[in-house]
Design a protein around this ligand. Structure first.
Ligand SMILES: C[S@@+](CC[C@H](N)C(=O)[O-])C[C@H]1O[C@@H](n2cnc3c(N)ncnc32)[C@H](O)[C@@H]1O
Length: 232
């Protein structure tokens, strides 16, 4: 395990960096010491173990490297994570929001099995085997107010799914982080047109788009929207 100089991220709570400005690497403090989730590098600094956070594997890391204005991370965040897969990004959120709860919904049995195996020592992740198109089906598994919904799924009607889940679970001043993959929605139309269409669907449902962040540098044909509930 390497020993390197690690410092606090200048803005994001419980996120850490190393290296020079503009070229830094991201880390989170490992809640489950000695264990990796996706082969990420573990490093030690002043006797604390960190996990390197790869922006090519995690769109949330890519978003943070693009330096959004909105600050949405805290230690006690309650988060509904749609499309949890086998645990790459959700495990970093678990490191960050160590006293919150992260509900991870995933419908692929193989992925959720892997998620359960690799995160069983993390008390703040609740894996839910369900289809995110039907938010009412997992209501019994969710027992906190949701501050943040993170959605990263490859489905043609991504905006409708986000809206359904936000209407059902997101608290009034809560935030939606919405990764849009244009290719999953329409592989022929120009990405920009697809993004505009998804934004329009959200706005017509009463949601305010605070930021639209292009993460093409790390994930082709993806943007991330940071969205707030209106007064609906
Ligand atoms: C791009 S991957 C997510 C990667 C993950 N966010 C990460 O960074 O670790 C998309 C995931 O969404 C899941 N998914 C797609 N449609 C879904 C649905 N309707 N309900 C639940 N999960 C879904 C897929 O099975 C897949 O695991």
């Amino acid at each position: 395990m390497s020993n390197i100089e690690i410092r606090n991220h200048p803005k994001f709570y419980n996120v850490f960096i190393s290296g020079p400005k503009g070229k830094f690497k991201l880390y989170t403090r490992n809640l489950d010491k000695g264990n990796r989730i996706y082969g990420e590098r573990l490093v030690n600094s002043k006797e604390i173990e960190y996990r390197e956070w790869d922006p090519y594997r995690s769109k949330l890391a890519a978003l943070l490297l693009e330096n959004p204005i909105t600050n949405f991370l805290s230690e006690d965040l309650n988060c509904l994570y749609l499309g949890a897969s086998s645990g790459t990004t959700i495990s970093h959120l678990s490191d960050i929001a160590y006293s919150g709860i992260i509900y991870g919904v995933e419908f692929a049995e193989r992925s959720i099995r892997q998620l359960i195996q690799s995160t069983s020592r993390r008390n703040n992740i609740i894996p839910i085997l369900e289809d995110v198109r039907y938010p009412q089906n997992y209501a019994k598994s969710i027992f906190s107010n949701i501050d943040l919904i993170y959605q990263d799924i490859s489905q043609p009607n991504q905006a409708e799914i986000a809206i359904k889940n936000c209407n059902y679970y997101l608290k009034k001043d809560g935030i939606l982080i919405f990764a849009i993959k244009s290719q999953s929605i329409d592989s022929i139309r120009k990405s920009e047109d697809v993004y505009a269409q998804e934004k329009k669907i959200l706005e017509e449902a009463g949601y305010n788009i605070i930021e639209s962040v292009n993460i093409h540098r790390y994930a082709a044909n993806h943007i991330i929207l940071i969205v707030k509930r209106g007064n609906t």
